[in-house]
Design a protein around this ligand. Structure first.
Ligand code: SF4
Ligand code: SF4
Length: 179
């Protein structure tokens, strides 16, 4: 029963368009509720995990993506999901601002001459954790110890992100929706 109520609530939240959801999340994050503690703790942990994983990911993207002929970064991949917004706003940070130009299938507007211009912890989750087959193969061929540690941190991050989302859902269920 508890789970179905939780699912219902997140469906309701996800039905909001992302602009409304951002305003809603801002209001929640500015509410000074004690229940924000768990959300922020998980978000900080996620941030640290991504920073720690960055050198390993960077090492392999530098080698593999630099020679890729079918770069996967398109505008449509750079949109933030609800969980990304909770994560970034609860840290008191901001997502980069999208320009109006370009269509979804155009090269991503955040792509610079040396790769993505958004710092890794602030990218949409799907950007950080998308590994195409050649990239994954390159990582897999690295030291077995480093690779295992990396996969372990991926799993841990997924758990943290899920718990952050659950904490957010529990908070909004407990409190009235901000106006
Ligand atoms: S992740 Fe894979 S598909 Fe995307 S740019 Fe790198 S090598 Fe190319
Ligand atoms: S990794 Fe950066 S450049 Fe690539 S789609 Fe994501 S935001 Fe855009």
């Amino acid at each position: 029963m508890k789970n179905s109520k939780k699912a219902l609530k997140i469906d309701y939240l996800k039905d909001m368009d992302l602009g409304n959801f951002r305003s809603y999340t801002e209001a929640v994050c500015n509410s000074n509720s004690n229940d924000l503690y768990r959300i922020r703790k998980r978000a900080r942990e996620l941030f640290q995990f991504i920073k720690m994983a960055d050198p390993f990911i960077q090492k392999h993207t530098e080698a593999v993506c630099a020679v890729c002929t079918g770069v996967c970064c398109m505008n449509k991949h750079a949109y933030y999901e609800h969980e990304d917004i909770i994560y970034i706003l609860s840290l008191g940070l901001e997502t980069p601002v999208f320009g109006n130009s370009g269509v979804d299938s155009d090269p991503c507007q955040f792509m610079g001459s040396h790769g993505c211009t958004v710092s890794r912890p602030l990218r949409p989750y799907r950007c950080t954790w998308f590994f195409c087959t050649p990239l994954l193969a390159s990582m897999h061929n690295d030291s077995a110890v480093v690779y295992r540690k990396f996969i372990g941190s991926l799993e841990e991050m997924t758990r943290k992100r899920k718990d952050m989302l659950n904490a957010f859902i529990e908070l909004v269920q407990k409190n009235k929706q901000p106006t």
